[in-house]
Design a protein around this ligand. Structure first.
Ligand code: ATP
Length: 306
């Protein structure tokens, strides 16, 4: 019986290993929303990255042809500048970032980086030029060290530590019993949403991309964590072209331009001051968020008094 049991037991653990690996792969693919149908044009050249100017011209897109998701969207992010995209849930904000990554091809208009249409260059070079800090970072079942180093394979330990310092995760890591060797992910230490985002920021700092795409977490982080993340992002974004998909308007106040998406169209655009003066959609969103955060604060205050 033992002879039968041992191999079965072994199979059981092999099965678990495979299952975990598959879970990770699924997470990766759903994260990337990878679309295998997108192909490079024959002998597509690599993207020649300069300052990282991002341009959407009259972009129209639909996941399902019967239902347009983006219509005639045009904007330019000049090299090193930052543009924020705000709008109600379902307005099409995350879709914009998927299109820049070319997970889908658009049905009208064009998207270019430094004057090169993203459909005419190799996808590898396109994705190498863009650093993404997604809403919900999926970590590999591996050490924190590996998870950060993934941003630039071959980076030295001191570069990894430097990136972790900038992302304000270094002290946290040193406080763990196994430090950088701590295994995270499904089978390891479960990091909080804010910690995971900081690992993703460290990864992106190492990658040092010309274009930075930040998809702000929808789930509320505590105020302190949120401030820290915003501060490290500000550092990463310095000198890079950045596109921020924002759910909290406090994130966008300093953006060079804010686009207000509504039902797949840009309804308002300008700086925070300009949009506030227009007293339109943005100003109304701002007012609602202010009221909500004041209500929250007075609740916190009541908690402390109690
Ligand atoms: P949120 O703030 O809730 O993240 P969003 O503004 O980022 O919303 P998108 O995720 O860009 O919105 O979605 C825009 C529209 O496209 C929504 O109506 C959504 O249902 C639809 N959509 C998104 N992804 C897909 C998909 N893979 N297939 C079909 N429709 C999709």
């Amino acid at each position: 019986l033992l002879q039968l049991y041992l191999p079965l037991n072994f199979l059981g653990s092999a099965y678990r290993e495979i299952k975990y690996a598959l879970t990770d792969m699924e997470d990766m693919f759903s994260l990337l929303s990878a679309n295998a149908e997108i192909e490079d044009v024959p002998s597509a050249p690599d993207l020649n990255v300069g300052g990282g100017e991002v341009r959407f011209e009259d972009v129209t897109f639909a996941y399902d042809p019967r239902r347009p998701v983006l219509q005639n969207v045009s904007f330019t992010v000049p090299p090193g500048k930052s543009v924020a995209i705000v709008g109600a849930s379902g307005a099409g904000k995350s879709t914009l970032s998927r299109l820049l990554f070319r997970f889908y091809d658009i049905s009208g208009g064009s998207i270019s980086i430094d004057g090169q249409n993203i459909q005419s260059v190799s996808q590898n070079s396109l994705r190498a030029a863009i650093g993404i800090v997604p809403q919900d970072t999926v970590l590999f079942n591996d050490s924190i060290y590996y998870n950060i180093a993934y941003g630039r394979p071959g980076a030295s330990p001191s570069e990894i530590e430097q990136a972790a310092r900038l992302a304000k995760i270094h002290d946290f890591v040193l406080g763990l019993p196994d430090g950088y060797d701590t295994v995270v992910g499904e089978r390891g230490l479960k990091l909080s949403g804010g910690e995971k985002q900081r690992v993703a920021i460290a990864r992106t700092i190492l990658k040092a991309p010309a274009v930075l795409l930040f998809d702000e977490a929808t789930s509320a982080l505590d105020t302190h964590t949120e401030k820290e993340i915003q501060a490290s992002l500000k550092d990463v974004a310095t000198g890079r072209t950045s596109l921020v998909i924002a759910h909290r308007l406090s994130t966008v106040v300093d953006s060079d331009e804010i686009l207000v998406l509504d039902n797949g169209r840009i309804k308002e655009r300008g700086t925070h001051a300009i949009l506030m003066a227009q007293a339109g959609l943005y100003a109304a969103m701002w007012k609602r968020q202010q009221e909500a955060s004041e209500a929250e604060q007075s609740l916190e205050h009541t908690d402390t008094v109690d």
